[in-house]
Design a protein around this ligand. Structure first.
Ligand code: AMP
Length: 568
């Protein structure tokens, strides 16, 4: 086959200088293997124009072209190159081209408020940003008159010029570049990737991924107790590629030689269902909100899920009813837990062989927990007295983890590093129990943040913004359980003397609209006489949740256009 011979011929150009002990643990060999062993396996993308389809051999050529184009643009080892993109083949091309020339790929979350985007572009010192046409207005709004963007160049994904930014079309950027590249031998500690995570307060915190971290994460996820992918798999990450490398799936799928399917900009349930059917998807992954959408869609539409073996669900807890629903459709729901700081996979709720023989309810009980640490990681659970808790499924404490793909610091944030790390352990902020078998179950969260549809909302930031209103005495924002988004923010406000409550409600919303995306806005503003306080005078969110919060406050109240995965 033409493609195969082209790919194999390229072996001649792939020269490593001799190193004692061979090469380090870097990403390049995963692509080398896929391009040479599976040159005809497909990479498919849904785009605004339709379906795009090519092979690993083509991908290898285009990745080399991109690497050459980056060189020509002046990107050198250690530079940061960013993306502001949905899931598609061009975004995937940056995944290998950028790190394997020794630069660092910074995937920016386009759903963040403008101010956070300005901060992270500046903090990461991004040199060049690849941006999707549909996200260009959003990036242009963040970049407008922002000194943080000075000197940053833009490439727009596709073949058209930018409309709002002075951006080169991607296809012209790589056009005419050689399809071979003299890949450098890199040190495994060279930073390869970067992603920011939102904290309780202040600016997002950067996490750098070295080649070794991504390599070891890929190898661990390939094991049967991870989220393995084989050469007959068709893998569709619905989880965005700006969320910790789409949970590492583009790397794992490449290492395993699987076919890739990328669902493109803001896929809705019909798009996801169509891709599963048309491309024969066997493994897919995303936050619970995505699957609730598909379940809902399938109430009125026939969808053939017969090729689908496994749905990986994480980011928020997978509801038990969802696990049962997929079982009824002959699809295994695999519940996983992880964090940006962990590249991100930590635990997966596989059934131990002895539990696999237990009755169905016992199995479900274990599968709905966050699961067993994957091989390569260690964990401990520390209570308020600093002691490790017993593995009895009842005692709880904070989960601490460490391992080769767990970061040990935040990028240039010593105070945040000091807070969240101790003796090489990452203190996750998740409060868990561990049962006798070693399954972890999240029971609470120490961090004062709200996770809505898989995206973080800082309650403290919203509270401060609300309390800046002249007619507000005090305000607390809490996450209230929501059927579709898992959590939504509700603001509890003590109005100032003589405030007109209706006008105040509108005034607060108008103020928040100026600075925050729609999906950050509280679903409801509730007036109360006093915010309950702890013994030390802090707002007691737990008491507010226990006393006031009620699902009815948020039911049906999130307009679709406020959805975190919204394209605007
Ligand atoms: P992020 O860094 O944005 O990926 O968020 C990581 C956090 O999301 C974790 O610390 C948990 O609080 C939460 N999380 C991730 N996976 C799960 C899960 N399966 N169940 C419950 N919470 C989860």
């Amino acid at each position: 086959m033409a493609c195969s011979s082209v790919a194999r011929m390229k072996l001649r150009f792939f020269v490593y200088p001799s190193m004692p002990g061979g090469t380090d643990q870097t990403l390049r060999p995963f692509l080398w293997r896929a391009a040479n062993l599976y040159p005809d396996t497909e990479i498919v993308s849904r785009t605004h124009q339709g379906i795009d389809r090519y092979t690993y051999a083509d991908y290898d050529d285009r990745t080399a072209q991109l690497a050459n184009a980056l060189d020509e643009h002046g990107i050198v080892e250690g530079d940061r190159v960013a993306t502001f993109c949905w899931n598609h083949h061009r975004h995937f091309e940056t995944y290998f081209a950028v790190p394997t020339i020794g630069a660092q790929l910074h995937t920016i979350n386009p759903l963040l408020p403008d101010e956070h985007i300005q901060y992270i572009v500046d903090n990461a010192e991004d040199q060049l940003i690849f941006v999707d046409p549909s996200l260009e207005p959003k990036l242009a709004s963040a970049a407008a008159d922002a000194p943080e963007f000075e000197g940053v160049d833009f490439v727009i994904m596709g073949d058209a010029e930018g409309e709002h930014l002075d951006a080169t079309p991607y296809e012209s950027f790589i056009d005419g570049q050689p399809t071979d590249y003299d890949w450098p031998v890199l040190d495994e500690d060279q930073p390869a990737g970067m992603c920011y995570t939102s904290g309780t307060t202040g600016n997002p915190k950067g996490v750098e991924y070295t080649h070794k971290m991504l390599w070891s994460h890929t190898m661990a996820t390939l094991t049967p107790q991870g989220i393995p992918m084989d050469d007959d798999d068709v893998v569709m990450p619905v989880v965005p590629m700006f969320h910790v490398n789409a949970w590492g799936m583009p790397f794992t799928a490449t290492a395993g030689g699987a076919k890739h399917v990328y669902p493109g900009p803001s896929p809705d349930p019909a798009d996801i269902a169509g891709l599963i059917e048309d491309e024969g998807v066997t493994i897919t992954a995303g936050v619970p909100t995505v699957w609730l959408g598909l379940m809902d869609y399938m109430e009125d539409h026939d969808v053939d899920l017969s090729t689908l073996d496994r749905v990986i669900v994480g980011g928020s807890a997978a509801p038990e009813a969802m696990i049962r629903w997929f079982d009824d459709h002959d699809v295994e729901l695999l519940h996983a837990w992880g964090m940006t700081e962990m590249s991100p996979i930590g635990s997966v709720a596989h059934l131990k062989h002895d539990i696999a023989g237990a009755d169905y309810d016992t199995q479900i009980d274990h599968r709905s927990k966050q699961g067993l640490m994957v091989p390569g990681l260690e964990f401990r659970v520390i209570d308020d007295d600093g002691e490790e808790v017993a593995w009895n499924g009842e005692d709880f404490g904070e989960l601490w983890v460490r391992g080769p793909w767990v970061t040990t610091e935040y990028f240039m944030r010593p105070e945040a590093t000091e807070e969240d790390f101790e003796d090489g352990w990452l203190k996750t902020g998740d409060v868990v129990t561990v049962d006798e078998e070693g399954y972890i179950k999240i029971v609470d969260r120490e961090k004062d943040v709200i996770k809505s549809g898989g995206e973080w909302i800082s309650s403290v930031e919203l509270e401060n913004a609300i309390m800046a209103h002249d007619d507000v005495a005090e305000a607390a924002v809490v996450g209230v359980p929501h059927e579709k988004w898992q959590e939504r923010p509700v603001a509890f406000v003590v109005p100032g003397e003589g405030a007109d409550e209706d006008a105040l409600r509108e005034g607060i919303m108008d103020m928040l609209r100026e600075d925050y995306p729609k999906w950050w806005l509280p679903d409801s503003i509730e007036y109360i006489d006093e915010i309950p306080k702890t013994a030390t005078g802090k707002f007691s969110k737990k008491d507010i949740r226990d006393e006031y919060s009620d699902q009815s406050l948020v039911e049906g109240s999130v307009p679709e256009e406020a959805a975190p995965e919204s394209d605007d």
